[in-house]
Design a protein around this ligand. Structure first.
Ligand SMILES: NC(=O)c1ccc[n+]([C@@H]2O[C@H](COP(=O)([O-])OP(=O)(O)OC[C@H]3O[C@@H](n4cnc5c(N)ncnc54)[C@H](O)[C@@H]3O)[C@@H](O)[C@H]2O)c1
Length: 263
């Protein structure tokens, strides 16, 4: 696929990885549509893309809403004539232990609530499903070349304190094999699917973490620093331009050896 002939829809495009992906793809000639709950952030990112000479449209969009996601895809078609690249980057965290006990009594003082678990699954898993489905069905029905990109995370070991988030991200890492397998069953060859599994990236989501916990996590990272959002965005551009990348999950971790392994 050629970026300057492609239209990209990016959810979570008002911040972090989604913002960087939108800017990177636009800088390389793609026409970009960004969706997010954060309208002010969308306006800022779209303004910066336009100022840099890129082509962009945006709409407020909650990825858990079928209608709003469908509207976002239709905006891309109305403004730019197609949907070719779909990056599902919208995501949230609501961390906590399943059971948090009191140091003195050893009894449970707090538990992860069902709402806390479901909220993360809703945005990170169901939202990604709705996003990729709405993009893919338009690609299939119009015969457009396409690539679907769910954003997983550290997905093999999981992360303590993130039972909800790790559950969603482990599932997303499996999707390329399943989705592409289904396309293969149906003779659909114009759409690829590649998941991206970043390690710890320097976005608001991670920079807002407890700094001691973050320093501990970085001890297990070979390059010894947070990954820049642009490094993820450049990798996504590489995936788009290389048709041989398909049905796989690409880990971009800076050499994550194990959670919190001391140097
Ligand atoms: N930062 C990391 O280290 C890291 C690592 C691995 C995976 N990821 C994943 O990358 C993606 C982007 O994360 P980030 O670090 O850029 O976070 P971020 O918080 O900077 O950006 C996430 C964006 O998603 C938007 N969003 C949240 N809920 C939404 C909803 N219901 N509908 C639409 N938009 C919504 C937010 O408004 C925000 O703009 C997430 O899926 C995250 O899980 C991040």
């Amino acid at each position: 696929m050629e970026l300057d002939k492609s239209v990209a829809v990016v959810t979570g495009g008002a911040s972090g990885i989604g913002e960087s992906v939108a800017k990177t793809l636009a800088a390389r000639g793609a026409r970009v549509v960004i969706g997010d709950m954060d309208l002010k952030g969308l306006e800022r990112v779209a303004g910066e893309i336009t100022a840099a000479g890129g082509q962009v449209a945006y709409a407020k969009c909650n990825v858990t809403s079928d209608e709003q996601v469908a509207d976002l895809m239709d905006l891309a078609i109305a403004r730019f004539g197609a949907v070719n690249i779909c990056v599902a980057s919208a995501g949230i965290i609501k961390d906590g232990l399943m059971l948090n006990t009191d140091k003195e009594t050893g009894k449970v003082k707090k538990a992860m609530t069902t709402e806390q678990f479901k909220a993360v699954i809703d945005v990170n898993l169901v939202g990604a499903f709705v996003t990729l489905r709405e993009a893919a069905l338009r690609m299939v029905n119009n015969g457009w070349p396409g690539v679907l990109i769910p954003i997983s995370s550290v997905n093999k070991s999981g992360q303590t304190g993130q039972l909800n988030y790790s559950s969603a991200k482990a599932a997303l890492a499996l999707w390329p094999k399943i989705i592409v397998g289904e396309f293969q069953m149906k003779g659909i060859q114009n759409i690829r699917c590649v998941a991206i599994a970043p390690g710890y990236v320097g976005t608001p989501m991670v920079r807002g973490m407890n700094q001691d916990a973050l320093a501990g996590l970085l001890k297990g990272v070979h390059i010894g620093r947070l990954i820049e959002p642009e490094e993820i965005a450049n990798s996504i551009a590489f995936v788009v331009e290389n048709d041989s990348m398909d049905a796989t999950c690409l880990e971009i971790t800076g050499g994550l050896i194990a959670n919190g392994l001391a140097k």
